[in-house]
Design a protein around this ligand. Structure first.
Ligand code: SF4
Length: 319
């Protein structure tokens, strides 16, 4: 699955909160990371966060909910920008967090914002995970393969996370889920983009009650050499065979660019399409140093993507 880029902590001292970062599907998303770095049920070849260091199916309370909610409260009380959504995501599998339901309820009460969860779907066979996840407003589950060999090759799951469990759990969850479900399918050439898997995926997806199917590819470098994105034409051809609910969410050109610069540039453009901000607002919101933000702003003004406007003593940027 792909996660909204975590970027840097928005405030110094913030350990579990990151962003906000622009997400093509969720808007301006404030991330909450509730598992230690690379604690996951999978070790996907395309993972942007590096190799999994703890592969597990055991749910744990890695951090106290009060500690996470306290950070969220502090972030909101000093925020220069209001996010559109709070998202449970990060550098591992968030459904491994044993008190996820309690955290979702607490965060919704505290922020009044919609709550989203990005999950690799591997633990949906557990009743308690389905029950806790049902409290989120938006769920973005993944399904990269419906053929066992491709599943093992691309996701490299924990032995207890079988494909049968994943598909069964996903089907059961989506059948009764009342929020918005955006099913992501990430395809990587040489791993899970062969015709046998695509055919099996079409059959499985046809049975799932997802609102949209979002086709993606590995745009950024993964953990294995040779993980390359599918080109836009191939993705578009596959999309047409996946039916009217399917969109391609990979960037049109699926080309690699400088990660940090691109993320910050996209972040700034997404923010400014919502409201004018000063450079200081953006430094505070993204935790980025002023020279870095200034350089990106200068580039965007030169390219006429944004405008600078003086109001009183402040210089505002807007799209
Ligand atoms: S599910 Fe895959 S992509 Fe997501 S954190 Fe785990 S290893 Fe990385």
């Amino acid at each position: 699955m792909t996660r909204p880029a975590s970027g840097e902590d928005a405030r110094s001292g913030m350990k579990r909160i990151f962003g906000p970062v622009p997400s093509r599907r969720l808007g301006l998303s404030l991330g909450v990371d509730v598992v230690p770095h690379k604690t996951c049920t999978f070790d996907c070849v395309y993972c942007e966060c590096g190799a999994t260091t703890k592969k597990t199916c055991a749910r744990e309370t890695f951090f106290a909910p009060d500690e996470i909610l306290g950070e969220l409260d502090r972030w909101l009380s000093s925020a220069a920008v209001k996010p559109d959504v709070v998202t449970l995501s990060g550098s591992g599998e968030p459904t491994l967090y044993a008190r996820m339901g309690e955290l979702i309820d607490g965060a919704k009460r505290l922020t009044g914002l919609p709550f989203a969860v990005i999950t690799n779907s591997s633990l949906l066979w557990m009743n308690e995970v389905r029950e806790e996840l049902s409290r989120a407003d938006i769920v973005v589950p993944s399904l990269d393969a419906a053929v066992r060999e491709d599943y093992l090759r691309v996701n490299r799951p924990h032995a207890e996370c079988t494909l049968e469990r994943l598909v069964g759990g996903l089907e059961t969850f989506l059948a009764s889920y009342r929020g918005t479900a955006l099913l992501e399918v990430l395809l990587v050439g040489g791993y899970n983009a062969g015709e046998a898997n695509l055919e099996a995926l079409r059959g499985t997806i046809g049975r799932l009650r997802a609102d949209r199917i979002q086709l993606n590819t590995a745009v950024r470098p993964g953990t294995e050499p040779g993980v390359e994105p599918l080109d836009g034409e191939t993705l578009e051809r596959i999309r047409r065979t996946f039916g009217p609910r399917c969109d391609v969410i990979a960037p049109a050109a699926t080309r690699r660019r400088s990660r940090e610069g691109t993320v910050l540039e996209e972040t700034i453009l997404a923010l400014l399409s919502r409201r004018p901000c000063t450079a200081a607002d953006m430094c505070a919101a993204f935790g980025a140093p002023p020279p870095v933000v200034d350089e990106v702003l200068k580039k965007l003004v030169t390219e006429s993507k944004i405008k600078a406007e003086r109001r009183g003593d402040s210089l505002y940027y807007r799209r």
